[in-house]
Design a protein around this ligand. Sequence first.
Ligand code: NAP
Length: 552
Amino acid sequence: MTQHQTSNTHYDAVVVGAGFAGLYMLHRLRLQGLRAHLFEAGDGVGGTWYWNCYPGARCDVDSMQYSYSWSPQLQQEWQWTERYPAQEEILRYINHVADRFDLRRDITLSTRIVGGQWQAAQQRWRVRTEHGQEVSTQFLITATGCLSESRLPAIEGLEDFKGRIHHTGRWPKTPVDFTGLRVGVMGTGASGIQAIPQLAKQAKQLYVFQRTPNFSVPAWNGPIDPAHQQDWLQHYPEYRAKARSTRSAIMYDYGTQSALEMTPQERLEEMERRWRKGGTNFAHSFSDTFTNRQSNELLGDFVRDKIRQAVHDPEVAQKLLPHDHAIGTKRIGVDTGYYETYNLPHVKLIDLRKTPIERFDATAALTGGQRLELDAMVFATGFDAVTGALERLNIVGEHGRTFKQLWQAGPTSYLGLMTVGFPNLFTITGPGSPSILTNVIISIEQHVEWIADCLAFMQKQGHTRIDPQQAAQDRWVGHVQEVAAGTLFVTANSSYMGANIPGKPKVFLPYIGGFSTYVARCEEVVRKGYEGFDFSSPKAAERQPTASSPSA
Ligand code: NAP
């Protein structure tokens, strides 16, 4: 909290979180003349890319696409160096944005929002920081991210373990050196798949504790191809528009044929071609990868063959073969030498389904009747995705309930933007929006712009309060589940389904109807006079302070 902030400080808008979403939101609010402030728990900007600085952390969306599209100048001036951007480079980019648009003066770092309450009398939010200070705001905008609430598993004795413990999603800012150490790593999702080859380079002994084998495709990362970069720089507006017209908001080479319409030879050639290109584009080999089990199985079989080819020991290869979920229904890893890492003599794969960790003691993990002596444990065990960070905010709505209390049977939200009972509170990439199923930066931009336009509309109309309608919200929640039910995604125990968090309701969290379809719906809502939303306007005399009358 900065010195000038007191409990009498009033803002037009408070933004929570300084990742891609929060920074752009702050910028837009300021452009509209609103008195806005951003609170961030970390001591730097960057959100996900601030916290996830584990070895090997890298985005699996092409560098030329994984960036803001709202500033043509920024887009032209930033030079990406690799095909897929590394965490350090993305963090440098975000810091550049914060400086270039002079955002830092309205950001308070190292300050977590730990509570808040709707003040009915004042028609405002009051939010509380971890340092015990409070501010009030007309609009509260969460930019807390879908993958920010990291989770350590509950394993007996972990608190007794005296070695180092790290979670990939809360990696220390100072370099961690594993040279010469005996290291355990748990989790083989996208993060684990990136970290394991890097940890193996340093550790004397690496034990990989795997619960569920996952699919991974090669990244073939390397220096960015200058011709590719030039092409994008020259065609940015056109390519961005194309990306927005797709279901993932990414310019992929989307397969147009069902696997079942192709001959075995055609299928094989198509999958090989995509494998050689690398990246998650591979998942789009067929038009029906995510809806037809047979097509999906053919793609999965191809990867299983690749795993058998890459891993020398057939028993180890067998353990690594994904078997319990359709390919793509858990995020596919994009790796550099992941499967080959298991050929190294000091890397040992432990199948937790056969030999779970019974407990930790001060120096070891006890599993399958063995003591595995460890100097460090790395948890790549993921996040309470999409809803975790919102629930942790501990914001009490108009009816006296928090998101956590309200969402016992699954999140309720209209368009992933607002929830009944939480007036004037917008959730960027909230549950029921495309978010993590897309190039999330593009989804963020769409939400930020929708919210900014909505606030401008309210200002123009003299409205001071917006609420989603119950019926509109109910319809949207039903639609989100109905669309998901038509895909194979609902068959996997994934974080998309909340299945990785004990006790979390098993419902599909993001909207899988496609980015372009979603945007069309959001635009239609606006065209129809903000269909499904209610606005209210107090009498002029009772109006709250506005942008032009800051009252700090
Ligand atoms: P994740 O996909 O949820 O994977 C977590 C891993 O930990 C899984 O293998 C899971 O096994 C395991 N695990 C969880 N709890 C466990 C327990 N109690 N005991 C044993 N194993 C346990 O998390 P993540 O890898 O951090 O990835 C999260 C998301 O971040 C991804 O979906 C992706 O959206 C994003 N991400 C992207 C990139 C990229 O762009 N390249 C990189 C990293 C992350 P089960 O499968 O059995 O649950």
